[in-house]
Design a protein around this ligand. Structure first.
Ligand code: BES
Ligand code: MN
Ligand code: ZN
Length: 513
């Protein structure tokens, strides 16, 4: 799927090829007023738009669509979709616009359209500009058309209807730098989020730490600005990563530490210069280990590498845009299974930082692999560090699926992530990291325990990580509730927080301008 912007006249669109199924979508108001695009279309169709609205007054509400396949623009093969946008006297809210683009994307999909020309980004939405509307609209098409059929038999894939190939966004300012950047971001996010979804949906028997390592190498082949290095168990042993390796001991799949450097500023042959570090949990299947999880919905624990997958997707997006910054992606990857060699409750391990950890619950394994990756990231002298992890069920309880949990030790970084979340629609919400919570991690036998009791599970998990990021500018995103839509036929990866992280990096790259 590709997005392009154009300031063409919508009545003068070039005819599309014979095998294309193309449509034009314009907004209509409820009070007899036509949007500029609808007025043009009305003229070109000898008043058909006005007649249609008169016959279907309900279709002007936000989220309602009117599609009449028999209405085609003369001399072109364009079908027409009319999208309700309410009264012209009431500015649309963000929520209204979400409803409109969601309905549009569903219609495009159900009609198996291959080409779409949209005038929707010319609407007015409260406090938002055209660039934002473009981001919101394109994300809806990208999400609606995503399919994970790698593991379906050929027949199912062949039966699937044709899918959307090109969306032309009509905008008078199509040639402006703002719209240009918005379209580049939309295309980049389409690539990045698709990669993240594919990785996170792939089950544990396919998506192992070694598989993720090969995918990191494949990504570096795709983009010249990326360079991948894989550390195996032996290399990690030498570095003293006793916490990470203890988790992997319960599995027959060898652990990997995946390191992907993005040279957007420094030349590829040169060292990264104070890169932004993204550290993503890459636990390819979490059965809990000896502290085994209940059976119900355990299949979903294949997405316990969604933080790592988000690092892949974000690097893909920024490489696609050639963003002028340096970034280092680090993905500690392992399985967490019960086994004769697995961690046992009460075991004490020594992390790469030298701090010792009493493992009271083997299911709190994410922090064990992350703490060594966080210590390792210091060797790159990062300007700031963000870790991304499906870390706690408690975060799902606290924030549900609407916001990722956000904790950290730097208020400016936290504010910047919140702002990027609001702009991208991929929101985060802060939780406190107070010393009182940290005390819950005390252990009589080691420097700390790996769990902090029943209360405030998301915060004590972050307190644990904070002990490994002292004197770094650090933030932690708990994406347990946002990276996946659970249950039923619609279950699957959401690619969050790739939009948030990509927007954050775009903002960072513009700071020096
Ligand atoms: N991967 C899980 C967290 C999780 C739970 C992610 C639900 C997505 C959905 C993590 O490794 C885990 O098991 N955490 C434990 C921590 C507890 C033992 C302190 C949890 O949340 O139950
Ligand atoms: Mn776990
Ligand atoms: Zn886990």
């Amino acid at each position: 799927m590709q997005f392009i912007a154009s300031s063409d006249d919508l009545t003068q669109l070039p005819p599309t090829s014979a095998d294309a199924r193309s449509a034009l979508i314009v907004a209509i108001h409820s009070d007899g007023q036509l949007t500029a695009a609808a007025a043009l279309l009305n003229q070109a169709s000898n008043g058909a738009v006005v007649r249609l609205i008169a016959a279907n007054p309900r279709c002007t509400k936000a989220g309602e669509l009117l599609y009449t396949p028999e209405m085609q623009l003369a001399d072109t093969s364009q079908r027409v979709i009319l999208a309700g946008a309410g009264s012209q006297n009431k500015t649309l809210t963000e929520g209204d616009f979400h409803k409109i683009v969601k309905a549009a994307a569903a219609m495009v999909k159900s009609q198996s359209l291959t080409h779409l020309t949209s005038a929707l980004s010319q609407l007015q939405v409260e406090n938002r500009d055209s660039a934002w509307l473009i981001g919101c609209e394109t994300a809806a098409y990208s999400a609606a058309h995503y399919r994970f059929d790698q593991l379906k038999s050929k027949k199912a894939a062949e039966e699937a209807p044709a899918s959307l190939q090109q969306v032309t966004l009509l905008n008078d300012a199509a040639a402006s730098p703002e719209i240009h950047r918005a379209v580049a971001l939309a295309n980049a996010l389409h690539q990045g989020t698709t990669l993240t979804r594919d990785l996170a949906n792939l089950p544990g028997n396919h998506c192992t730490p070694s598989y993720l390592a090969t995918q990191a190498e494949a990504l570096a082949k795709r983009y010249k600005s990326l360079k991948t290095t894989i550390l195996d168990a032996e290399a990690m042993e030498k570095l003293g990563m006793g916490a990470l390796l203890s988790v992997a001991r319960g599995s027959s799949q060898p652990a990997k530490l995946i390191v992907i450097a993005y040279h957007g500023k420094s030349g590829k042959k040169k060292q990264l210069k104070n890169p932004i570090a993204l550290v993503g949990k890459g636990l390819t299947f979490d059965a809990g280990g000896i502290s085994i999880k209940p059976a119900a919905a355990m299949d979903e624990m294949k997405y316990d590498m969604a933080g790592g997958a988000a690092v892949f997707g974000t690097l893909c997006s920024i490489a696609e845009m050639n963003l002028p910054i340096d970034v280092i992606g680090i993905i500690p990857s392992s399985e967490n299974l019960p086994d004769g060699n697995a961690n046992k409750p009460g075991d004490i391990v020594t992390s790469m930082s030298g701090q010792t950890i009493e493992i009271l619950n083997t299911d709190a394994e994410g922090r064990l692999i992350l703490c060594d990756a966080l210590t390792y990231c210091r060797s790159f002298k990062p300007s700031l560090v963000i870790d991304i992890a499906t870390l706690t069920g408690a975060c799902v309880v606290a924030l549900g699926s609407h916001a990722s949990g956000l904790l950290g030790n730097d208020s400016a970084l936290i504010e910047a992530l919140r702002a990027a979340g609001d702009l991208s629609g991929d929101r985060v919400w802060p939780l406190p990291l107070w010393d009182e919570y940290d005390e819950q991690l005390k252990s009589p036998f080691a420097d700390m325990a790996n769990i902090g009791g029943k209360e405030a599970g998301t915060i004590t998990a972050a307190c644990f990580l904070a002990r490994f990021t002292r004197d770094l500018r650090w933030a932690h995103l708990d994406i347990a509730g946002t990276a996946w839509v659970g249950g039923g036929e619609k279950k699957g990866a959401t690619a969050r927080p790739v939009p948030l992280l990509t927007q954050f990096l775009v903002n960072q790259s513009q700071l020096g301008d």
